[in-house]
Ligand binder design. Structure first.
Ligand SMILES: NC(=O)c1ccc[n+]([C@@H]2O[C@H](COP(=O)([O-])OP(=O)(O)OC[C@H]3O[C@@H](n4cnc5c(N)ncnc54)[C@H](OP(=O)(O)O)[C@@H]3O)[C@@H](O)[C@H]2O)c1
Length: 312
């Protein structure tokens, strides 16, 4: 397949490299700035184009890897340019290329102007956090993707030939699916930031905090991967250890009272702790705390009391 990529950022470049590694031909790149297109083209041994129509004419598959907000306007601009420059085939005949965006939040409907113009459209979202190009290039092979597409289209067959494993998703479920991905990726980073800052507060350097915490993180993630969240949960809430949770809340309250804590993420640590403890309690009550309803009720009351204290 000859593949063109519009949007020469992190995903466009790393996914282009991954496809090249899998033996696909990258036609080239168009981007908002010609410099970005040249950089990605140089890395993938392809070509930078100024005119998207030229890239489209030379490609069988086009990935739109622009920022989310630009997908729909770009699809509209491309559809109108294509209408003016490339004749529509007979009714029933599929126009080429296939257009695909890679957003997790937006559905295939963002490409509606191109679908209305007779092109096959799809969305392909990697369940992968892409911040470094080389790391992502190598990680895509083990990544699960989600796909929305028109039934019976050529895209699904192509995915199978290059060995991308995927789950189908419906347009109406895309937003909730993306919320799940945000919890598993972005919020993990936010929670780790709170942990690192708390360790710094008690004398660790930032580097020591990261080094010290990582085995804990990897262990927890590994346990969820092997046994699921209910069995993987450890800690005071899962044990029904009410006194320890009370001690944590006291320490966080004392921290909040410190005057020089008006910047950074630490003032939010107390709110985060309470909110996550509530969610952790619900998780614990599904498995670990089922045999100790008394402790579960005490923890619930303790967290409710703390909430009421802060609402005053
Ligand atoms: N990063 C992730 O973790 C991740 C994971 C899964 C999916 N995605 C999805 O992948 C897509 C791209 O994300 P990204 O992280 O790669 O973003 P990014 O690094 O910011 O790259 C976006 C690129 O799009 C280009 N661009 C913006 N508007 C354009 C337009 N109108 N026409 C042509 N090019 C345009 C920019 O070009 P210039 O450099 O030329 O200014 C930029 O290089 C998004 O849909 C995102 O939701 C991202």
């Amino acid at each position: 397949m000859r593949i063109g990529i519009i949007g020469a950022g992190k995903v466009g470049t790393s996914f282009g490299l991954f496809l090249k590694d899998r033996g696909e031909t990258i036609t080239g790149y168009v981007s908002r700035t010609y410099d970005s297109a040249c950089e990605a083209a140089a890395l993938t041994g392809s070509k930078a184009f100024q005119d998207p129509l030229e890239l489209i004419r030379n490609s069988e598959l086009i990935f739109l890897t622009v920022v989310d907000d630009q997908i729909e306007p770009l699809a509209a601009v491309l559809a109108s340019k294509l209408a003016e420059n490339i004749p529509r085939p007979d009714p029933g005949d599929q126009r080429h290329p296939i257009f695909v965006h890679m957003s997790g939040a937006h559905s295939i409907l963002a490409l509606e102007p191109l679908a209305a113009a007779g092109f096959e459209t799809a969305s392909l979202h990697p369940l992968q956090s892409v911040s470094e190009i080389e790391q992502a290039r190598n990680a895509f092979g083990d990544t699960l993707f989600t796909v929305e597409m028109m039934l019976g289209g050529g895209f699904e067959g192509w995915l199978a030939t290059i060995g991308i494993s995927f789950v189908r998703i419906e347009a109406e479920n895309k937003a909730l699916y993306h919320v799940g991905a945000v919890f598993a990726s972005n919020f993990v980073v936010t929670v780790l930031d709170a942990a690192i800052q708390l360790f710094e507060q008690v004398g660790f350097s930032e580097e020591e905090a990261r080094r010290g915490l990582m085995p804990l993180v990897y262990g927890s993630v590994d346990n969820v991967a092997r046994s699921g969240a209910e069995k993987a949960l450890t800690g005071p809430v899962a044990r029904g250890d009410v006194a320890t949770v009370a001690k944590h809340l006291e320490a966080l309250e004392a921290l909040e009272a410190l005057e020089d804590l008006d910047s950074g993420a630490l003032p939010e640590a107390a709110a985060l702790y309470k909110s996550l403890s509530g969610a952790t309690l619900s998780l614990a009550m599904r498995y670990k705390l089922t045999k100790d309803p008394g402790a579960a009720a005490e923890l619930k009351a303790l967290l409710a009391k703390e909430d009421a204290k802060h609402e005053r």
